[in-house]
Design a protein around this ligand. Structure first.
Ligand SMILES: Cc1cc2nc3c(=O)[nH]c(=O)nc-3n(C[C@H](O)[C@H](O)[C@H](O)COP(=O)(O)OP(=O)(O)OC[C@H]3O[C@@H](n4cnc5c(N)ncnc54)[C@H](O)[C@@H]3O)c2cc1C
Length: 479
């Protein structure tokens, strides 16, 4: 017997036994002759501890228990799993790093595929990197930085998986110039809901490419990605500037956006602990060692409270990983594991000040929590090209992200916050704003149709073609 055959048989015995316990248990009543044998190189388990671990996510608000969890060894395993699930009509959800806010990588009674099991960085070239979709962005950056290269758009937090941010878009401080992470993809390997493995790009299977990028996991499981790379600057000078009110913050944000003096631009409205708000512009200039920026020139003609300004000089790597310090702080305070009922949206540039002002007048410090914030800054939409990324149809928009980090775990408070998210979303939508689909409140199919607007037919057609059994990623409640 060849080693391969032996490995196949031993793996298949384990997986078949697991499948038998799955099918004979009370969770999923299916006939034993349905689907045939499941033979995987990786693992497949119905163990209650493993199922419980993926019945949670970062948001801590939704809990759905799958019938089984698989840790695939390869994309071929995902093909086999998908075909097996299809024959049984079982729902399947890929789970990257589990940082969904509202159960989007969960499935009640279906199968969760733990994508962190396939997270290799396969190849780094002069302008691209080939990765497994379960890789965390932090791993991608570590490997590319060793070659002096970086993905052009990094999310603020790098503990997210490549597949997880491809599902939603992936926005970062460089998005004004470089678009979303989904705008920086050259090619994807995908296993469809039919269990077929396909490669897609702008030139090959473009409907799948467009259906998968920011398609909320509806058309396929991304197993591998070829991502663009750019030269990494050596250093970053970061500026935190403070303002007395929203109007003066926005005036300077608009000024620096227009003259493009910063390579990264963000900002936030922070609880001041006394019931009011602090207004912060956060921006950065990238440079190489021999060309440090002149702070006076960089900050010229800005109206911030200069005495309060914080200027820090960091390596590019330190800057990219800065969120890890905040994570460590929240972990040390026990707040990383509290429920996180976030609401992430985009406002139209033309009425952002009025809408943001109205919402800030309604929110209290307690609604956000002492460590929470409302991320708020302008960006250009001209680099946004991913068809399923939805933003207001204006040249300048403002992310308005209510990042609630409530100190309490009280279920009644969480329920109120989730309900408030819905009210705020309705207000924002009426004012021409759009949801970033990483938010904590239930969305109906009608809501999603409304969200996608003219792009709905593109997603609907891709879904019918690539996941006609509607098995994939039930957590969004789209189909
Ligand atoms: C602390 C924190 C900071 C964040 N910062 C940012 C930020 O700066 N910018 C930003 O854009 N977003 C940010 N997000 C949101 C984040 O991008 C999304 O929640 C993302 O989907 C999480 O990725 P994950 O790997 O943890 O995904 P999971 O929760 O594991 O999955 C998210 C969704 O993607 C699907 N999915 C996962 N892997 C695959 C795959 N391989 N193929 C198909 N579908 C897949 C899942 O089924 C699920 O629907 C942040 C979230 C947190 C909690």
């Amino acid at each position: 017997m060849t080693p391969d055959r032996r490995m196949f048989l031993s793996a298949s015995v384990g997986a078949t036994a697991a499948a038998a316990s799955l099918t004979s248990g009370s969770l999923i009543p299916v006939r034993a002759d349905q689907g045939g044998e499941l033979a995987l190189e990786g693992s497949f388990s119905c163990h209650p501890r493993l199922r419980a671990a993926v019945a949670e996510d970062f948001g801590g608000l939704i809990h759905k228990q799958p019938a089984a969890v698989s840790r695939p060894a390869s994309s071929a395993d995902i093909v086999r799993l998908m075909q097996w699930a299809k024959n049984r009509g079982l729902k399947v959800a890929a789970r990257g790093q589990g940082h969904s806010i509202y159960g989007r990588a969960q499935t009640e009674g279906g199968v969760v595929i733990d994508m962190s099991a396939i997270g290799a960085i396969r190849h780094v070239g002069p302008d691209r990197v080939v990765v497994d979709a379960g890789a965390a962005w932090s791993s991608v950056l570590e490997v590319t930085l060793a070659q002096g290269l970086t993905p052009p758009v990094l999310t603020n937090y790098l503990g997210l998986s490549v597949g997880g941010t491809i599902a939603v878009g992936g926005i970062g401080a460089a998005s004004s110039r470089q678009g979303m992470q989904t705008d920086q993809i050259i090619e994807l390997d995908v296993v469809t809901g039919e269990g077929k493995q396909l490669t897609c790009s702008a030139a090959s299977n473009p409907d799948l490419f467009d259906g998968v990028r920011a398609g909320l996991g509806q058309c396929g499981i991304v197993t591998g990605a070829t991502l663009r790379l750019a030269r990494a600057p050596e250093r970053v000078r970061r500026y935190q500037l403070f303002y007395p009110d929203l109007a003066s913050l926005m005036a300077d944000q608009r000024r620096v956006l227009a003259d493009q003096r910063f390579d990264q631009l963000q900002g936030a409205v922070l609880p001041d602990g006394k019931g009011g708000w602090r207004y912060q512009l956060e921006a950065a200039v990238s440079y190489d060692r021999d060309a440090a920026p002149d702070d006076k020139a960089v900050l010229s003609a800005l109206s911030d409270d200069r005495g309060a300004a914080v200027i820090a000089d960091l390596s590019y790597r330190e800057d990219a990983l800065a969120f890890a310090k905040f994570e460590a702080l929240l972990r040390s305070k026990g707040q990383w594991f509290n429920p996180q009922p976030w609401l992430l949206t985009f406002l139209r540039g033309s009425n952002a000040q009025q809408v943001a002002g109205e919402i800030l007048a309604r929110l209290t410090n307690d609604d956000i929590g002492p460590f929470g914030r409302i991320t708020y800054y302008p960006l250009f939409t001209r680099a946004f090209h991913t068809p399923l990324v939805r933003v207001p149809d204006e040249d300048i928009i403002f992310p308005f992200n209510v990042v609630r980090i409530p100190p309490s775990k009280d279920p009644a408070t969480m329920e109120l916050m989730v309900a408030q998210n819905r009210l705020l979303y309705d207000l924002i939508r009426k004012a021409g704003g759009v949801l970033y689909p990483v938010s904590a409140f239930p969305m109906s199919r009608y809501d999603w149709k409304d969200h996608y607007g003219p792009s709905w037919s593109r997603l609907d057609e891709a879904k019918r073609r690539y996941d006609p059994g509607n098995l994939l990623t039930p957590g969004y409640n789209l189909f």
